[in-house]
Design a protein around this ligand. Structure first.
Ligand code: ADP
Ligand code: DP6
Ligand code: CO
Length: 354
């Protein structure tokens, strides 16, 4: 009898915000980066993607519904994720003929972000990490987070880092097939649980230049870019890993702010220039500088992805000093959330329902 059941599995994935930024690809098909990067995963209590993956022989085509709207899945990124996950499932099925042939069924993915999509708050990171993990759960794949990160990377580069909680590096790798371009845990969240983040939502609007096209334009036209990718970032990666290991917030903050500024500098050096920051973003930078000046040391660190929204890292003990000053002194902010900067990602919550 034909198998007409609908199989489903659900999962959530967190946002990660880089403190050493990924910006530039050496291979646009495989999303292989021109430099390694490092991020902090934010707590899923605050910002997360929730994704359900379903498959059935009764479905007609692969479908992705994001925030209630049907998305085009013919793009290379979604196709790469579907293809790789199906081939891992097909290997399980050929080793065990009693398994249902899920690899041959069309997929239906239903996903929701509980935060602004495509606004510079890493929706592509949480989004593709959740997509890959939901399908991996559906297929009951044995692969570990690093192995899944290789697949999520092909959906969106930054997504590879959202397979882990805590402090995560994406090692750029040297292989042309991308087999060593993977996410690794630098330290679990429990290593430095005092780390917190405030997110200043300056604008929830969709950005004008997507990360994908922005970084391509930078690679093609910026003269500063190769110095950043080849000279500056490799040194910063080492220093940042050391700062995290030693729980040295001042060095962490110094590197984080410098790296955000340099990333936006290469955006400005792109032709035509890309402006992700606006006046409110710049006011946030000045406010953090004032907070640090007043404290006589760096107790807060701003960073901006490809958008105007600020993420400000600080240690719990300085929450009053940091948030009090930000609340009092910033106009034009649509809203802000203070979140736990890092939390271990649970992969236990997945369930499979035939
Ligand atoms: P962001 O700064 O939010 O990461 P990007 O320009 O990098 O913005 O990527 C936004 C794109 O990521 C969306 O247009 C969509 O294609 C994809 N995306 C976002 N959320 C999800 C999701 N939950 N599931 C699948 N794809 C997603
Ligand atoms: C500024 O991962 O969104 O947030 O690989 O093309 O999907 P694609 O780009 P994406 O770029 C993220 C850029 C960044 C920095 C970072 O997250 O490291
Ligand atoms: Co993105």
């Amino acid at each position: 009898m034909a198998d007409t059941k609908v199989y489903t599995a659900s999962t959530t994935a967190p946002v990660n915000i880089a403190v050493i930024k990924y910006w530039g690809k050496r291979d646009t098909k495989l999303n292989l980066p021109t430099n390694s990067s490092l991020s902090v995963t934010l707590s899923q209590d605050d910002l997360r993607t929730h994704t359900t993956a379903a498959c059935s022989s009764t479905f007609s085509t692969d479908t992705l519904i994001l925030n209630g709207e049907s998305q085009d899945v013919s793009g290379a990124r979604q196709q790469a994720c579907f293809r790789e996950l199906r081939s891992l499932r097909a290997a399980l099925e050929s080793a065990n003929s009693t398994l249902p042939k899920l690899s041959t069924f069309p997929l239906l993915i239903v996903s929701e972000n509980n935060f602004p999509t495509a606004a510079g708050l890493a929706s592509s990171a949480a989004g593709f990490a959740a997509l890959v993990r939901a399908i991996a759960n559906l297929y009951e794949l044995p692969q570990n987070p690093t192995e899944l990160s290789r697949i999520a990377r092909q959906g969106s580069g930054s997504a590879c880092r959202s397979l882990f909680g805590g402090y995560v590096s994406w090692e750029q790798g040297t292989e042309t097939d991308g087999s060593d371009s993977l996410a690794l845990e630098v330290a679990p969240a429990s290593h430095w649980p005092q780390m917190k983040a405030a997110i200043l939502v300056v604008s929830a609007a969709k950005k004008g230049v997507s990360s994908t096209s922005g970084m391509q334009a930078t690679v093609a036209t910026s003269e500063l870019f190769s110095h950043r990718a080849n000279v500056v970032v490799p040194q910063r990666m080492e220093k940042m890993k050391q700062a995290i290991k030693e729980r040295d917030f001042e060095t962490f903050a110094d590197l984080t702010m410098k790296d955000s500024n340099q990333f936006h500098a290469v955006c400005l050096d792109t032709q035509p220039p890309i402006f992700y920051l606006n006046d409110v973003s710049r006011a946030a930078i000045r406010a953090v500088d004032e907070i640090n000046k007043k404290a006589g040391k760096k107790i807060a660190a701003y960073t901006f992805d490809a958008g105007p929204n600020a993420v400000i890292y600080y240690l719990e003990e300085n929450e009053q000093a940091v948030l009090g000053a930000l609340n009092g002194g910033l106009e034009g902010v649509e809203g802000w959330k203070n979140v736990t900067a890092s939390a271990d990602v649970s992969i236990e919550e997945a369930f499979l329902q035939p």
